[in-house]
Design a protein around this ligand. Sequence first.
Ligand code: GLY
Length: 581
Amino acid sequence: MQSNEIRSAFIDFFEKRGHQFIPSSPVVPIADKTLLFANAGMNQFKPIFLGDETPDHPRAVNTQKCIRVSGKHNDLDVVGMDGFHHTFFEMLGNWSFGDYYKPDAIAWAWELLTEVWGLDKDRLWATVYTDDDEAFKLWPDVTDISKDRVLKFGEKYNFWEMGETGPCGPCSEIHYYIGDDPKNQSAKGVNSSDDYWELWNLVFIQSNRNADGKLKDLSQKHVDTGAGLERIVSVMQNKSSNYETDLFSPIIQSIEKITGINAKDNPSPFHVISDHIRMLCFSIADGALPSNGGRGYVLRRLLRRASRFGRMLDQREPFMFELVDTVGQIMGDVFPEVVEKSAHIKKVVQAEESMFNDTLDRGLVHFDKSLDASSGKTIPGKDAFKLYDTYGFPLDLTMLMARERGYSVDEKGFETEMAAQKKRAKASGKFTADSGSLDWVNLSKGKDSKFLGYETMESESKVRRFASSKDSIHLVLDKTPFYAESGGQIGDKGTINGKGITLKVENTVKDGKSHIHICSGKWSESALKSVLSSSVDGPRRQNIRKNHTATHLLNSALKVVLGEHCQQAGSLVHPDYLRFD
Ligand code: GLY
């Protein structure tokens, strides 16, 4: 059976048993701040499990696009090391929202696997949570599994949670022996040997993990299941690795065509690249973009890992963007977004590849030097930091390369270098305000910070309050022409003068609605009580204004060139330059 047929058969089986098909949610969660990426089929049903929403239908079936590269479920480090873990994968699932429970969930999973798909019962194992005597007894009651193939495990394997908080419960997994010698199977191999693959997880959702770590019973009991499509396809297609199935082999063939290298000669780079390009295609199609922080940095890390594996296949120019169409050919019928957005995905991937290619070779040279210079088998933190800071090597890439050579990385040393750099960056912005830690002295009463800066660059102002520190004095005025740093636009500089007062405004920042002028120069408390003349550095403001306009123009141009899906994630508007995220 082809993967498309297997996926359809799963959906069909559960639709016939009263389940409503619900499309996959995007991999970039829309409303759930606890997740960077959708990591399970149940994510979109979380409000139903928690009782915050009522479902249209008590049973659902779907195939969910999942990414497991961060947080509680993170498979990144094993991708490429085995044939059955992926950064991106599809999770088939069936759900009961307060409807059927353990007996039906177990019986249907077994029926589909053994009767419809004809998997060998003598290769299948079931596991249940240590305390779940009900499920332990049900397995031989509602299926014809042999009793000695039902095993109990503790929390690590058989209590499922989506993250640090959220709906959870005991689970029952179905494992398949994929090895060559079925007679050599043993209960000891389950959850310990790579010859036993977890195919399906039946979670009996009955609690919610609160932020304080405590479990609270939900008002209803639910079923949440997850079956990895890629592994099921492998088993059904008689393969011993997901990379040999029709979900991956066309991508691997495309890489062979581009590189002129046979995957059999060195499979690992082919596996990593084909895995990572799927993740990149789906996350970019769903609105994520590579960047230096949060979700975007996960994409950048993956792309840089894949680029470095590309170097192992002698690829010096961008090449991964050429794989986007192949991903679309394999999965576009089910997830049309990878085809509809393919032009955008290609542009983003190619631009990222080009950017990293510029520093990758020099970084590789530095990496080799740091191996030579390291005492023992540990790469010093300062070298790992230089690779990160100067050559753009994410720490996990350096660690992976180190592992390949039998080295480790001094992670603590890396963190120390990182903290030192952050401190330096903070010190270089010494005229920033931490108004909460200052002692403010009130000089006049009334509203403050009436902003005049759109009409004028100068004003006569009274000081409402001030606070002094070693290097600077902070002033809040009744009215001000100074624009305060916000929305990515830098604050104004200029002067504030009066009798006995000669101040340079080094920066203007906001504290709530108040504009704080951070100044250096000559002042006294008594002189601050008179009326002062405030004057913004006009030419500087004019340059900021130009870069502000240029940011809007760039935003429009990007939408024209790349498409309407382009989203501005942030910007920095400075007198000398602008940065557009
Ligand atoms: N929600 C079930 C699983 O992800 O395994």
